[in-house]
Design a binder for this molecule. Structure first.
Ligand SMILES: [Zn+2]
Length: 222
């Protein structure tokens, strides 16, 4: 028969009891779980999750955004993007964790910060997603859009399709950079067609073509 150390057992039991106190402190406020209802738990979980990321203040200063605009900036990827990798790509840009050559040089993963396309300027977000396309590839499209529109999305009015096309433009540039090929306007149009046809196929399978045509104009596939 095993020999139990009763003093240790009692001590362990006391610690267990302490660990299961029916309350805890959150933001210096006592949360008594024996008195709270399910909606209080839900509010607590959401309040701790639904916080703007650490880069939010930097974006607010750089683009002179109001509190409401800042919230919209981080809500847009969820409203506009379709696939998880599209949302993830957008969030990486907003949180400055998309690894451009400039960033790779900074962390010692590259010996060169120059842009893959022109091999001349430093590869920053504004160079990669705005300067290069506006000067060489998508000049006409970008004439009416600002740097803020390209990086954050259009905030001033609801433009889900235009915001989606802006996202596709950035994804197209990023894909070309990774594949070491030059972007060109016909390649970008082809990408839009493929996205559109894929969504149309899914919508028709789900018997939801009405919503598909609300998003995509009929002549975009021409
Ligand atoms: Zn360049």
């Amino acid at each position: 028969m095993q020999n139990f150390d009763h003093s240790t057992t009692l001590k362990t039991a006391k610690i267990r009891l302490d660990r299961h106190l029916p309350y805890f402190k959150c933001n210096n406020v006592i949360f008594d779980i024996s008195k709270k209802k399910s909606k209080d738990f839900y509010s607590l979980i959401v309040s701790r999750k639904a916080q703007l990321p650490s880069n939010a203040n930097k974006l607010r200063q750089n683009f002179n955004l109001t509190e409401e605009e800042l919230k919209l900036v981080f809500a847009l990827p969820h409203k506009v993007a379709y696939e998880p990798y599209e949302k993830a790509f957008w969030y990486k840009i907003l949180n400055l964790i998309l690894y451009t050559n400039k960033k790779l040089l900074k962390i010692g993963s590259s010996e060169n910060e120059k842009c893959n396309f022109c091999d001349n300027e430093s590869e920053t977000f504004d160079h990669l997603f705005f300067i290069v396309p506006s000067q060489i590839y998508f000049g006409q499209i970008l004439k009416v859009l600002s740097f803020q529109d390209i990086i954050l999305g259009i905030l001033t009015s609801p433009c889900p399709l235009l915001n989606y096309i802006i996202l596709m433009g950035k994804l197209y540039i990023w894909d070309c950079k990774r594949k070491h090929i030059h972007p060109y306007i016909e390649g970008f149009k082809q990408k839009i067609k493929i996205y559109c046809q894929t969504e149309k196929y899914i919508a028709s399978k789900n018997n939801d073509l009405v919503n598909f045509y609300k998003k995509w104009p009929e002549n975009i596939l021409l």
